[in-house]
Design a protein around this ligand. Structure first.
Ligand SMILES: NC(=O)c1ccc[n+]([C@@H]2O[C@H](COP(=O)([O-])OP(=O)(O)OC[C@H]3O[C@@H](n4cnc5c(N)ncnc54)[C@H](OP(=O)(O)O)[C@@H]3O)[C@@H](O)[C@H]2O)c1
Length: 275
């Protein structure tokens, strides 16, 4: 029994459409998974078991249908294993939320090179590999969509967090390109670019030096997810939660790039030192 079911008199297995949410054990991904579960079945994924059980009970308590999968997005065989899991359980990816991501605050010359390359593997390679695996099926069915988690970092130079900013610039370019390629074929591609959000992200990125900040740019994870999900469902190209973040993205090109980079380096240095 492989979990698929067949319609009477039909040899073709009927696959259940699911929304696959990566990095769904905490923060923005958790909120996105909860929203997706209000509309249909969700397969949520994270690197460790911790957090997934909590999301499971929250979704089930809200009457949703969901299942979890523990997977490290930096593992070379991650996408093949996810696709095999879905096939085994009779699922087809109708919507993909490429949310899993990590960053490291510090000078590139100082941070462990392998850790920096792992960020590229997760933020860029894993997201791309998943998109490439599910997009042909979506196009064949003429429905579905991919929501990529970018960042306002994707619009800015990123000294003090160079690799992370570069991965988000990549995701921005990838999303814009894909969107144009699939235009008019029933598949939505949306880029969600939050500014700072108080999740576990910052604590991990600073090695515990900073856990939370409050500035005019901060928007909470629930609101970021709500705006992102609504924009995605409406087929919008791009969602930037928070007026201050939108203004920053609009005005950044007016500031000399070198000046902007120097300001960002000062901010990241203060974060690293926990100032
Ligand atoms: N927080 C911000 O300020 C901010 C701003 C702009 C954009 N973003 C983006 O938003 C997304 C979500 O971040 P968040 O703020 O919600 O952070 P978070 O609370 O740290 O959540 C990150 C999620 O990604 C998962 N994850 C981490 N490494 C993984 C791996 N190797 N394989 C699979 N899953 C992995 C984590 O699961 P485990 O706990 O099991 O590892 C967790 O579920 C990221 O793409 C981030 O770049 C965040």
């Amino acid at each position: 029994m492989n979990g698929t079911s067949a319609a009477p008199g039909c040899a073709v297995p009927v696959l259940r459409p699911v929304t696959l949410v990566t990095g769904a054990s905490s923060g923005i991904g958790r909120e996105l998974a909860m929203l997706a579960a209000r509309e249909g079945e969700v397969l949520w994924l994270a690197r460790s078991e911790a957090g997934l059980a909590d999301v499971a009970s929250a979704i089930t308590a809200a009457g949703g249908r969901a299942s979890k999968l523990v997977s490290d997005g930096t593992a070379p065989d991650a996408v093949a294993a996810i696709m095999a899991h879905m096939a085994r359980h009779g699922m087809v990816c109708d919507q993909l939320v490429n949310n899993a991501g990590s960053g490291l605050v510090g000078l590139a010359e100082v941070i462990d090179p392998d850790a920096q390359l792992a960020c590229i593997d997760l933020n860029a390679r894993f997201a791309t590999a998943l998109a490439l695996a599910v997009l042909p099926g979506m196009l064949a069915r003429g429905r579905g969509g991919i929501l990529n988690l970018g960042s306002i970092a994707g619009f800015l130079p990123g000294p003090g967090m160079s690799v992370y900013y570069a991965t988000k610039a990549y995701l921005r370019s990838f999303s814009e390109g894909l969107r144009q390629e699939v235009a008019g074929r029933g598949v939505r591609i949306t880029l969600l670019s939050p500014g700072p959000v108080n999740t576990r992200f910052l604590e991990r990125a600073t090695g515990g030096a900073r856990a939370a900040e409050t500035t005019v740019f901060h928007v909470d994870a629930e609101r970021v997810a709500a705006l992102g999900w609504a924009g995605f469902r409406a087929g919008r190209a791009h969602v930037i939660p928070g007026l201050a973040n939108r203004l920053l993205v609009w005005m950044a090109p007016l500031v000399p790039r070198g000046m902007l980079a120097a300001m960002i380096l000062r901010q990241q240095s203060a974060r690293r030192e926990g100032a």
